[in-house]
Design a protein. Structure first.
Length: 249
């Protein structure tokens, strides 16, 4: 069961700013693949996905939520969405798994049971797979129906639509693979700045357009700096924007 602090946080979702959500929702059409990048184990991320998918359901766009879970778990996810198994039955990597993530899946299973039009799919490579993970994820996403929008929750790096590598071993991430194949790809990456807030502080979200000079600073200093890659001259073409989670103080 969720602890009281987590439950209180989930219940206060409606009080958060709608600006980032509105920016993401603009232009989402059938066939659009919307990448939402996250830093794992952050409670705000499943909360954002919950609100985004709810808005797409409310506007009759029947979204598909794609998660960074091994594809071999799809049959279990289908059983969870059919209310035949609990969300706890899904095998999820410890790198990704945390209580709000499971609560998000449980919530969407309840919505599905009440007749909401949505789907949940696992897109990551299974433990036994020998192919590149990003190629696997791109292949899974490219096979999904094109008459519905797809929301993809993955680690931040998988959302990059362009990386200029400084090493020959650098390979494109899932968003870049799909964009190069001609899919309509949108990429929005969440960043937690600073990484930690005072204990009495609550995170507030703010949207930064890719064309804003601040987006370039965020991209180079908090994302590309993690890679053997050239710094970008513009955030445009790499991401479509950042959702920045800041301390309310």
């Amino acid at each position: 069961m969720p602890n009281l602090k987590l439950l209180a946080f989930m219940l206060c979702a409606s009080s958060l700013s709608a600006a980032p959500l509105d920016a993401i929702l603009t232009g989402i059409e059938p066939g659009t693949i919307v990448f939402i990048g996250e830093s794992h184990h952050r409670a705000e991320s499943p909360l954002l996905i919950k609100r985004l998918v709810n808005e797409l359901i409310a506007s009759n766009r029947c979204p598909i939520l794609a998660l960074e879970i091994g594809s071999d778990q799809q049959s279990v996810i289908d059983q969870v969405m059919a209310s035949e198994k609990p969300a706890g039955a899904i095998e999820i990597s410890d790198i990704i798994d945390h209580e709000p993530y499971r609560l998000m899946i449980h919530y969407f299973a309840k919505r599905k049971a009440r007749g909401s039009c949505l789907g949940v799919v696992a897109i990551d490579a299974s433990k036994e797979a020998t192919v590149d993970r990003n190629k696997w994820m791109a292949a899974r996403l490219s096979s999904l129906p094109t008459d519905r929008p797809v929301v993809v929750l993955v680690g931040a790096l998988h959302t990059l639509k362009k990386v200029d590598w400084t090493v020959p071993t650098g390979k494109p991430y899932a968003a870049e693979i799909l964009a190069n194949q001609g899919f309509r790809v949108k990429s929005f990456t969440q960043r937690w700045i600073p990484k930690e807030c005072p204990s009495n502080s609550i995170r507030q979200q703010r949207f930064v357009e890719a064309s804003d000079p601040e987006a370039l600073t965020i991209l180079n200093e908090t994302v590309l700096s993690l890679l053997n890659a050239e710094t970008a001259e513009s955030a445009e073409g790499v991401v479509d924007g950042f959702i920045v989670w800041e301390c309310d103080s």
